[in-house]
Design a protein around this ligand. Sequence first.
Ligand SMILES: NC(=O)c1ccc[n+]([C@@H]2O[C@H](COP(=O)([O-])OP(=O)(O)OC[C@H]3O[C@@H](n4cnc5c(N)ncnc54)[C@H](OP(=O)(O)O)[C@@H]3O)[C@@H](O)[C@H]2O)c1
Length: 443
Amino acid sequence: MGDSWPVRETDGPMAEDVVKVGLLGCGNVGAALVRLIAEHGDTIEARTGVRLEVARVAVRNLARERDVPLPASAFTHDGTEVATASDVDVVVEVIGGIEPARELIVEALKAGKPVVTANKELLANVGKELFETAEGAGVDLLFEASVAGGIPLLRPLRESLAGDRIRRVMGIVNGTTNYILTRMAESGASFHDALAEAQTLGFAERDPTADVEGFDAAAKVAIIASIAFGARVVAGDVYREGISELTDSDIVSAQELGYVVKLLAVAEEGPSGIAVRVHPTMVPRTHPLASVRESFNAVFIEADAAGELMLYGRGAGGGPTASAVLGDLIDASKNLASGARGATIGVLARKPIVPIDEVESQFYLQLEVADRPGVLAAIAEQFGTHAVSIRSMQQMGIGDDARLVFVTHLAREADLRATVHALRDVDAVHRVGSVLRVLGDES
Ligand SMILES: NC(=O)c1ccc[n+]([C@@H]2O[C@H](COP(=O)([O-])OP(=O)(O)OC[C@H]3O[C@@H](n4cnc5c(N)ncnc54)[C@H](OP(=O)(O)O)[C@@H]3O)[C@@H](O)[C@H]2O)c1
């Protein structure tokens, strides 16, 4: 077997071909990138012909100890110096946040340097300016690591599926919330206990808002939608609900009905435009996304010709994210050497964003009701009046504990909301509990 593989001859490192990297930020991702380049530099060169060298690094605190094989003289706190230095060929931005990352990337692009970034917040909010600057300067702006960390996702969407029509992309793109939901489902923990555990283990920030309220996933799905549908989609276009309102009882009911609750980021394109949303969703236990546990991420793609694909892996962490940054860095370096442009985002069309009221889903509703004759008819009437058709109904508990659990056929969000509103006025309905979207066989 060994003999059948061709062996590539290389001439070894060629000093004149070294690509000098200017690194903005040397935290979790930046430091992992420096170590990866140091450890795998020879292999990268043998495989790709690109010799990378981290020449300059900008950080906030020069006094901080860093576990990276670089001399102290490589570090500065002057980001502009790194972004524009004449001895820097490619710039990597792993500072995070909007400023100064935005300004430094613009400076680097205007200086004619390709930029690689992992910054979803920046791209999902001010991506337009950055892509236009890259376009104007004729250099690459690559950002594979900004969504789903180490999972190759944007390149497959943009390149491998370039000739296909992508209909829908559904992702578990936030590891913190997936960890919390896994603990709730598998050990019966409450949301708060599962969050506390995630914080202790370092899976959740001390301020978990961006994760648990779905802001992080919203930024990522905006980038996914932009790439998948070639349209400009920003974080503000994404309808968003987090997981902090989920109760133990929702998780148990979902399990009893054969579902697992996941925070799904969904981007789909239909005749009336692009719908982008993040919300807890009941996923059938048999769906591949239901098996994505703990802090793993996965993205499920539905395309006309390719059919269904799923990409799975570590969506965060220094190593996985640095691996994605490195892939972009090698691409940008190869393009630089050949004088070509990589597949940057290209020209994005303006396509309508479907308002959440118009989006159709199947829904799960839990009602606490009086257990007496005629109640069902009164409830069913409200569903019918608002054009929401019931697919299944189950009674759980009896007497004062009676709960009715409904799953609907496909219904518009606005109609479902009107139904819930009307149900609250039905005498026999003590409480309308959770309402969750269901990933059903109709959607
Ligand atoms: N960590 C992950 O798992 C992950 C996954 C996907 C994407 N990302 C993205 O990757 C980026 C970096 O994340 P990270 O976890 O590596 O962040 P981090 O650990 O907080 O590192 C940030 C780095 O930026 C430096 N920095 C901050 N302000 C600066 C300034 N004004 N000028 C120069 N340097 C500055 C910091 O310097 P000091 O070291 O001196 O403080 C630090 O080295 C973010 O956009 C993040 O969203 C991260």
